[in-house]
Design a binder for this molecule. Structure first.
Ligand code: F6P
Length: 548
């Protein structure tokens, strides 16, 4: 199949025809005349306490059927089985994709190149458990014998965003150890962090899959110097551990093998928080909580593997995103957590989704002629409401949104949580149904405004509505439900990658900038000639002329 035309397949054609003839002028107000709509378009999972309400989407029963037909024709289930069983579905890097093995609580064997990967995964988990317990109890101390109280994770991208997001989300469970995350190569990041710390009680976790990433290696060298200046180089063993697939490079850096927590090339960076990359999470909240996180993800893995398409939450999330992306021409997708604890969730998801599905070449190595991954963005509610929601409600763009909220607060303080969640429910209602001209005029009349003022204001106060949302309502924010939530999005991203026929697991698009930065670095250090386009050349000249 060297010339697969996705847009010419019957399932795509059916959707296109249906959109044009039956959906593009439909309003959610009309769709909700059907009282059974919520029952038809929602999934409740009692075991984990998640309600997924997708009834506020611009779909009817026929749309849903056609979307599921498309997903079936894409053979998502077949590819899912390939992924879970260790087939090398990341074909441009010739790698298996096995973040699911990291949380395989059944412990059933999974083979890559004929070798069961579970023993090595379990061995690293045990090593993480022992290390975490020793660190948190004070058994493993700093060079001068003092208890480690502060852990600094030095990493970037997948070696930063996942653990940072999870630590923020589970802050409530933290106790004896503080965590910090240094990612930016800008010295301000490490400098401002080190200022707060005492070298005697600080442990650095150098997290890098490749151990060649410029940002991480530079920050780690600065941290090592900071420790070396205060003690001797022998202190490195007490104050540094590494998380990596590249043991050789770690050793060259000066960290011995027993202080390395290994993972493998079948774990993609943006899917790595379940691996040794989660060590900062373990230090912060304890190994048991980390295990619960894995259990939550494993639960969703089983749901994703075994649930029919029609009730499969990640698949439904995927087809709805596809519906808006490819038929409504939506370019962006907002993810809006109504939880301060999830304030890094969307930033984490930006890498997860955009680095995975920001691709243009399909399974047949041809350029696609349809849109793939959308721009993911968002901030926690209600902060976003006082910032960008105006544009979602009344702007000219069409922006589908996911609202994520919790039934119970982690800690109840007066009526904060009811107020927060009242906003959650209000926003999805307002986005869907808006306010008609008649309603606006009636409301304005009640305020006693003159006819003239009503005339001026009316159009500005109309909300067209018909802005689609999913509501993900989770009973409680726990390590387990957090693990489940993350896995839902991981599998949504995977399913969309299959539907768009792209490789969600490579990231060649980040390479060119890295190569050019290395060339330019030597020019900034005046080690080589500046030979660029006139813009870049002159900017570099100005930089070199003005630097102190
Ligand atoms: O530049 C992108 C990237 O390769 C991500 O995919 C990855 O998560 C990040 O860099 C960090 O890479 P590493 O863990 O190898 O330092």
């Amino acid at each position: 199949m060297s010339n697969f035309e996705l847009k010419n397949t019957p399932t795509w054609q059916n959707l296109e025809k249906h959109y044009i003839e039956e959906i593009q002028n439909v309003h959610l107000r009309d769709l909700f005349k059907d009282e059974s709509r919520f029952n038809e378009f929602s999934v409740y999972d009692n075991n984990i306490g998640i309600t997924f309400d997708y009834s506020k989407n611009i779909i009817n029963s026929k749309t849903f059927k056609l979307l599921i037909d498309f997903a079936k024709a894409a053979k998502i289930n077949e590819y899912t089985k390939k992924m879970f069983s260790g087939e090398k579905i990341n074909w441009t890097e010739k790698r298996a994709v096995l973040h699911t093995a990291l949380r395989n609580r059944s412990n059933n064997p999974i083979y890559v190149d004929g070798k069961d990967v579970m023993p090595q995964i379990n061995a690293v988990l045990s090593k993480m458990e022992k290390f975490t317990n020793d660190l948190r109890s004070g058994k493993r101390s700093g060079f001068t014998g003092k208890k480690i109280t502060d852990v600094v994770n030095i990493g970037i991208g997948g070696s930063d965003l996942g653990p940072k997001m999870v630590c923020e989300a589970l802050k409530h469970y933290s106790d004896t150890i503080n965590v910090y995350f240094v990612s930016n190569i800008d010295e301000a990041d490490i400098d401002e962090t080190l200022k707060k710390l005492n070298p005697e009680t600080t442990l650095f976790i150098v997290a890098s899959k490749t151990f060649t990433t410029l940002e991480t290696v530079t920050n780690a060298l600065t941290a090592r110097q900071w420790i070396g200046e205060r003690f001797t180089d022998n202190a490195v063993a007490n104050h540094f551990v590494a998380l990596s697939t590249n043991i050789k490079k770690v050793k060259e850096f000066g960290i011995s093998e027993n202080n390395v927590f290994e993972f493998w090339d079948f774990v993609g960076g943006r899917y790595s928080l379940w691996s040794a990359i989660g060590l900062s999470i373990c230090c912060y909240v304890g190994f048991e909580k980390f295990k619960e996180l894995l259990e939550g993800a494993y639960y969703i893995d089983q749901h994703f593997l075994n649930t029919p398409y029609e009730k499969n939450i990640p698949i439904i999330m995927a087809v709805l995103g596809f519906w808006y992306n490819n038929f409504f021409n939506a370019s962006t997708y907002a993810v809006l957590p109504y939880s301060q604890y999830l304030h890094r969730f969307t930033a984490y998801l930006q890498q997860g989704d955009m680095e995975s599905n920001g691709k243009i070449i399909n399974f047949e190595n041809n350029r696609v002629d349809y849109k793939t991954g959308p721009i993911i963005w968002g901030e926690p509610g209600t902060n976003g409401q006082h910032s960008f929601y105006q544009l979602i409600h009344q702007g000219t763009r069409f922006i589908p949104c996911d609202f994520i909220g919790f039934v119970n607060p982690v800690k109840k303080i007066s009526d904060h949580h009811e107020k927060l969640m009242a906003n959650f429910f209000a926003q999805t209602e307002a986005l869907a149904f808006g306010l008609t001209k008649e309603q606006v005029v009636e409301n304005l009349k009640k305020t006693g405004l003159s006819q003239e003022d009503i005339k001026v204001l009316t159009n500005h106060k109309i909300f067209e509505g018909n802005r689609p949302t999913n509501s993900i309502l989770i009973n409680n924010l726990t390590p387990k439900t957090l693990g489940a939530l993350i896995a839902l999005y991981e599998h949504k991203i995977f399913s969309q990658g299959i539907m768009w026929r792209i490789n969600s697991f490579d990231q060649w698009g980040v390479e060119l900038g890295k190569v050019l930065a290395n060339i330019i670095l030597s020019e900034l250090k005046n080690e080589s000639e500046n030979s660029h386009d006139s813009s870049t050349k002159n900017l570099i000249k100005i930089f070199n002329a003005n630097k102190k």
